[in-house]
Write a new protein. Structure first.
Length: 492
């Protein structure tokens, strides 16, 4: 949903959401463990506690679409923009995206859809929050009012921050540059554009509010035991919700983006020290049974989406017989995972395969997100925040101790060789490589490169450094948003 819809067709878009809710929200069952109502319209949706749960489920469902984290903002468009693939097809959207051709109609449409669907999800959080203010708190069981409100505010901040990271200059380049509209009300008015710094401050303010609400109500933070029959199981499976620690981890991301290293360390250590997200056990990944390999390290997921259709989404892009579009060259893999140090790295051993990829032994595809034949405990999950990222943040905040943080990750990935890099440049390169190893298919490389405004990036067929036009780190805001919202734009 466009932010300009506040001025143009906002009412119609949200009305369509409510009309379609019975069908649209049916995919939310697995997150919320509640069944959405079948025939609820308009304000009746917000007349019960379950109605609020259903609308919140609609936000998660929107985030799970292929336009957002179901593909393009993870293993799809963003990993292409982050130079994670060598093979990107010949004439499709990813082929043009690989050269950052934002003017190509296919790429432009994909970028526009990211903006539209993200702001649609934001609009839904704002409608939900507006209705919460008017609701009778007595209809909510136990801590549910604060949990629902905290999640909604946290999701609003999370989505805005990712729009900032895509559609505005990085904080490193110009913190006072025009950025994006930070929309906090459900109205027909156009929201003015905030600067990069202002947007970051608004994100942090929302996250702090969410943290305050969730710290005393979210079972993952309070330790309150939840059973399957307690409140219809709504408060179970907190990893699939914007839970308290997901909020804190997002605060760490924002502070790192703003180069506020003191608060980055504070928030990152809070998540790490909570002990809520233990490292994956060796037997859950290093097993001879392919379907029992926990390739997304589920216990380490601070925040993830459960996507029922992930097998279909992945199949046509990075998995499936003779249909693989996005792949890498064998030399790419051997340079990311040098045999001298990473021969025993689980990510090297279990993330890449040339099975069903090509008749050539030189091309490899990622099996990290494959769903077919997998243990159901490891399927339908799209990680958005995982434990190792907190250690990578600490490494970047304090280069003198970076090696020790990287070695902790290596230790829990089957790597016995410690980091030997000594210069700051070498350590930063090693951090970047660790991002590649750990976050392949999760859309994080573009964000790291942009945050650093890197004019050289690892890429090509052999993972060597290549020059990059830093202007391309700013994705173009949709033309209609510029026209009707009177936004400033940056030429790409």
């Amino acid at each position: 949903m466009k932010t300009i819809l506040y001025n143009k067709v906002y009412k119609t878009a949200f009305a369509c959401f409510l009309i379609l809710a019975p069908t649209f929200l049916s995919s939310c069952d697995d997150w919320l463990d509640v069944k959405p109502k079948s025939e609820i319209e308009g304000s009746e949706m917000f007349s019960t506690q379950d109605g609020f749960k259903d609308v919140l489920g609609g936000v998660y469902a929107a985030m799970s679409e292929t336009s957002l984290y179901g593909r393009e903002m993870t293993y799809g468009l963003l990993d292409v923009f982050g130079s994670c693939y060598y093979g990107t097809g010949t004439n499709g959207v990813y082929a043009y995206a690989a050269s950052n051709d934002y003017q190509n109609s296919l790429v432009e449409n994909a970028i526009n859809n990211i903006w539209h669907r993200a702001y649609y999800a934001i609009a839904t959080t704002n409608e939900l929050l507006s209705r919460l203010e008017q609701a009778d708190k007595g209809m909510f069981a136990k801590d549910n009012y604060n949990v629902i409100k905290g999640e909604a505010i946290g999701l609003r901040a999370f989505l805005h921050f990712d729009m900032l990271r895509l559609f505005a200059p990085s904080f490193t380049v110009d913190p006072d540059a025009a950025a994006i509209p930070y929309v906090t009300t459900y109205s027909f008015n156009v929201t003015p554009t905030s600067t990069v710094r202002e947007t970051c401050e608004k994100v942090l303010a929302d996250l702090q509010t969410a943290a305050d609400l969730l710290k005393t109500s979210d079972p993952i933070a309070t330790g309150r035991e939840i059973t399957a029959i307690d409140d219809d199981g709504y408060l179970k499976n907190r990893q699939f919700h914007m839970n308290y620690y997901a909020v804190i981890a997002t605060m760490a991301r924002v502070c790192l983006y703003m180069q506020d290293y003191s608060r980055t360390r504070q928030y990152a250590n809070e998540v790490i020290n909570s002990g809520k997200f233990p490292w994956t056990k060796v037997e859950n990944i290093a097993t001879t049974t392919d379907g029992n390999r926990d390739r997304t390290f589920t216990s380490e997921q601070v925040f993830a989406l459960q996507i029922d259709d992930l097998e279909d989404y992945v199949y046509w892009v990075i998995a499936g017989s003779n249909r693989v579009i996005l792949n890498v060259y064998s030399y790419w893999i051997t340079n990311v995972f040098p045999a001298s140090t990473h021969a025993t790295d689980w990510r090297y051993m279990y993330f890449f395969t040339n099975k069903e990829i090509s008749s050539s032994s030189y091309y490899y595809g990622s099996s990290k997100l494959w769903q077919e034949g997998m243990n159901e405990d490891y399927t339908k999950r799209m990680p958005l925040i995982r434990l190792p990222e907190l250690y990578l943040m600490l490494a970047e905040c304090d280069v003198t101790n970076a090696a020790s943080q990287l070695n902790i990750i290596r230790e829990h990935r089957g790597v016995t060789s410690p980091v030997t890099a000594v210069t700051e440049t070498a350590l930063q390169d090693e951090i970047t490589k660790e991002y590649f190893r750990e976050y392949y298919n999760e859309g994080q490389m573009f964000h790291r490169y942009k945050r650093l405004n890197a004019n050289q990036r690892f890429g090509s067929y052999n993972f060597s450094k290549v020059s990059f036009n830093t202007d391309k780190y700013v994705l173009p805001i949709p033309n209609e948003e510029i026209e009707f919202g009177n936004r400033k734009t940056i030429d790409n």
